[in-house]
Design a protein. Structure first.
Length: 82
């Protein structure tokens, strides 16, 4: 499952019963790099034209490496606590 990138100024709540989901949260000053539609009359207003499900292999590998590094950091922190 993938969700279109978009700018959302409202409050959000996410809940999951089972499985895993990954969110890439970026500060608002990064919106210009996400090809966000700014035309208020367009049906995709505040949504990105980028399709994260079809990123190039290099970008996917970079994201996987970042995820693995984050997982390792979390495991190291948990190990230090135990």
């Amino acid at each position: 499952m993938s969700s279109w990138g978009h700018y959302d100024g409202g409050q959000n709540m996410i809940g999951m019963i089972t499985g895993a989901k990954r969110y890439n949260l970026l500060p608002p000053n990064q919106c210009s790099k996400l090809s966000i539609f700014t035309d208020r009359d367009h049906s995709l207003f505040q949504h990105s034209t980028l399709n994260s499900g079809r990123m190039g292999n290099q970008q996917q590998q970079q994201q996987q490496d970042e995820q693995q590094q984050g997982d390792n950091n979390n495991n190291n922190m948990l190990g230090a606590l135990g």
